[in-house]
Design a binder for this molecule. Structure first.
Ligand SMILES: Nc1ncnc2c1ncn2[C@@H]1O[C@H](COP(=O)(O)OP(=O)(O)OP(=O)(O)O)[C@@H](O)[C@H]1O
Ligand SMILES: [Mg+2]
Length: 262
């Protein structure tokens, strides 16, 4: 399926924005943790992934290498169908590579048991899905709270964290709305708030700005880059938008199953 970005989000949908997009105050005041540059948060060496359909074999990833340090943001570009979502799913413990070494957040994903992988996904990964994956029967704030519940038991202070996260993506006023009452770009921003509130050491974002206008997309990327630097998180984001490359630390193109520097 094609994922051509829809940049036609009407400006009216952005009227509830509370610019500029700032990180929550309590977080902005916190000193940046020192990143251990020697230990990458993501280390992939020689990963391969093959799909088989009948007698057809599709080599999606071939001998793929990727290192991302804590605090770094890496962008991955590539035409539709080259394997960007497949790579992100493997990094997030949602899919398995066939060969190679894949260590994320200190966990060897190819050696991990099913229950270890479940704990890894809950505690170590904030995933922003290409098609948002919001829960339709929960309100906006309940969806964001679900990001916290996945990681740990919630506390009374969490309501403030949820509102901080919604404010950071300009959606404070939509806290009680349901996903179906939001535009595509607004749903995308809820998914981003849900990922940010979790404070995971690794943030994986599959076309997080695909439904946003250029200006909002730039703000959202800045928010992710800033979250990475302040929290020493590693961020991998898939994008079709070359204009965001100036904002990230490294950019690669997924081509013939490998990453090449952009
Ligand atoms: N479960 C599957 N079974 C068979 N083939 C698959 C499966 N999942 C993905 N593929 C194939 O693997 C290739 C990579 O798919 P993937 O979704 O990773 O691409 P992508 O780069 O994210 O594309 P897009 O930019 O359109 O989102 C595609 O050719 C797709 O058809
Ligand atoms: Mg994809």
């Amino acid at each position: 399926m094609s994922a051509t970005p829809d940049r036609a989000t009407p400006a009216a949908h952005l009227s509830e924005k509370t610019m500029p997009y700032d990180l929550p105050q309590h977080e902005a005041e916190r000193p940046r943790e020192s990143a251990d540059r020697a230990a990458p948060a993501i280390a992939v060496a020689g990963a391969t992934k093959t799909y088989r359909a009948g007698d057809q074999t599709l080599h999606v990833l071939r001998d793929l290498h990727l290192d991302v340090a804590p605090g770094e943001t890496v962008a991955i570009l590539g035409v539709s169908g080259t394997g960007k979502s497949t790579l992100l799913n493997i990094l997030g413990g949602l899919d398995q590579a066939e060969h190679g070494s894949i260590t994320v957040g200190g966990v060897d994903l190819r050696a991990a048991t099913t229950s270890r992988l479940a704990r890894f996904r809950a505690e170590s990964i904030a995933f922003i899905f290409q098609f948002y994956n919001l829960i339709p029967t929960l309100t906006v704030s309940e969806n964001v709270l679900a990001g916290l519940q996945a990681a740990r038991r919630t506390t009374e202070a969490d309501e403030a964290l949820v509102m901080d996260a919604l404010r950071s993506v300009g959606l404070e006023a939509k806290a009680q709305a349901f996903p179906q009452e939001l535009s595509g770009g607004q749903q995308q921003r809820v998914a981003i708030a849900r990922a940010l509130v979790k404070r995971a050491p690794v943030i994986l974002a599959d076309e997080p700005t695909g439904n946003l206008d250029r200006a909002t997309a730039k703000d959202i990327i800045a928010l992710l880059v800033d979250a990475a630097r302040r929290r020493s998180a590693a961020v991998v984001l898939v994008t079709h938008d070359p204009s965001i490359l100036a904002e990230v630390d490294h950019a690669y193109r997924l081509q013939d199953g490998r990453l090449v520097a952009e």
